[in-house]
Design a protein around this ligand. Structure first.
Ligand SMILES: Cc1ncc(COP(=O)(O)O)c(C=O)c1O
Length: 365
């Protein structure tokens, strides 16, 4: 048995999502780029490469990783490029998407060799978290003013619009796309391509995938554009667990179990968005609050039910640990960083990365 903690990527489960992406590409004509901000574990790219067109990025390092480790079509986007980054970003990319007219005007000349685009902000979003809402008041994420964008149309061939957030509601997606069509229609007619960003939960159970494909195709035909999708979470959802071991149990009014991992260090988004982790089957008569081993008082995965009392040495699999986990893991408290492993089709587990004291030491100076 492999030493915990480790993230365990299940090839078969990842392939389930990939098959849905392949179907959407075929049915809708849209291209699909993996959003590296969500998942950048490059050992798994060989599982994904045949089903996706390439990658999109949020920084110079991500665009380089996408080009070198994934291949295919490589989109470069950043909220703001620095002067010393732009030439290298262009060298790795097929398209570069600027976040503002200011950045476009400043760097268009240095990106002449590749396609250029601009991020638009339609002012509507599906996010219920202010923190993650690209359309929040005064949002810096893209240009809102169609008139201003019209004045730079000669410098771009397409647009990126990201305003969905874990949106599993097709009717809402459809409505918001309608608002985009209304607000930016004349600009979209001019474009060759439009990326609709990520945040569309088309791999969720019972998502009406065919209606989604029809809507994408209709949008593409109406404006004469190549549509791109930038799935992050939808590409990797439910494919990965964080495997941990119980180190101690105590009773402080509730039964507590401390495991060899940390929410703060290994599944940070749960804390940021104040969500509970998921454990399956979460059934039985014994209830435990599963706690991380960092010193943060609120380092808690959640409260779950078990069929037997927990004891040191018991293993627990924290579900859905692929998106926004490995890309955000950190060395808080010097807690052992989880290794990364892949469960192959035959059930065998292959370790693809482990982290040592040297990695911890090298992360600072
Ligand atoms: C521009 C852009 N594209 C794609 C994504 C990926 O989103 P998700 O992981 O929700 O699919 C994000 C997420 O923030 C984004 O900002």
């Amino acid at each position: 048995m492999m030493q915990t903690p480790y993230y365990l990527i299940d090839r078969q489960k990842l392939l389930r999502n990939m098959e849905i992406i392949a179907h959407i590409r075929e049915q809708s004509g849209a291209k699909a780029l993996l959003a590296l901000k969500c998942f950048a574990t490059w050992s798994a790219f060989e599982i994904m490469r045949d089903y996706m067109d390439g990658t999109t990025s949020s920084s110079l390092f991500e665009v380089r990783l996408g080009r070198e480790r994934f291949g295919g079509e490589t989109h470069a986007y950043s909220v703001a490029w620095a002067d010393h980054e732009i030439d290298e970003a262009v060298s790795h990319a097929d398209k570069i998407i600027f976040n503002s007219v200011g950045q476009l005007n400043r760097f268009a000349g240095r990106a002449e060799g590749i396609a250029r685009g601009l991020r638009l902000n339609p002012g509507v979003s599906s996010s219920s978290f202010d923190l993650a809402d690209p359309a929040r008041p005064f949002s810096r994420l893209g240009e809102w003013d169609a008139g201003l964008v019209e004045s730079v149309l000669d410098r771009v061939s397409g647009f990126m619009i990201h305003n969905n957030c874990e949106n599993a509601d097709f009717a809402l997606f459809d409505r918001m796309l309608g608002q985009i069509e209304e607000r930016f229609g004349p600009l979209l007619h001019y474009a060759d391509w439009v990326s609709l960003g990520g945040g569309i939960h088309f791999t969720a159970e019972n998502y009406p995938v065919n209606a989604f494909c029809d809507r994408l195709r209709a949008f593409s035909e109406r404006f004469g554009v190549q549509v791109y999708l930038e799935p992050g979470e939808a590409a990797v959802t439910n494919s990965t667990t964080l495997e941990v071991t119980v180190l101690d149990t105590l009773f402080n009014g509730k039964h507590l179990a401390i495991v060899d991992s940390s929410v703060e260090a290994h599944m940070l988004d749960l804390l940021i968005y104040r969500e509970s982790a998921r454990v399956e089957p979460d059934e039985g008569e014994y209830e435990y609050m599963i706690c991380g081993k960092s010193c943060l008082a609120g380092d808690i995965f959640g409260t779950f039910r078990f069929r037997e009392p927990l004891k040191p040495g018991d293993r627990i699999a924290i579900q859905d640990a692929a998106g926004y986990t490995m890309v955000k893991k950190n060395w808080f408290n010097g807690v052992q960083m989880p290794a990364i492993a892949i469960r192959e089709g035959d059930g065998s587990i292959r370790k693809v990365r482990e982290f040592t004291f040297a990695d911890f030491e090298r992360s600072l100076s």
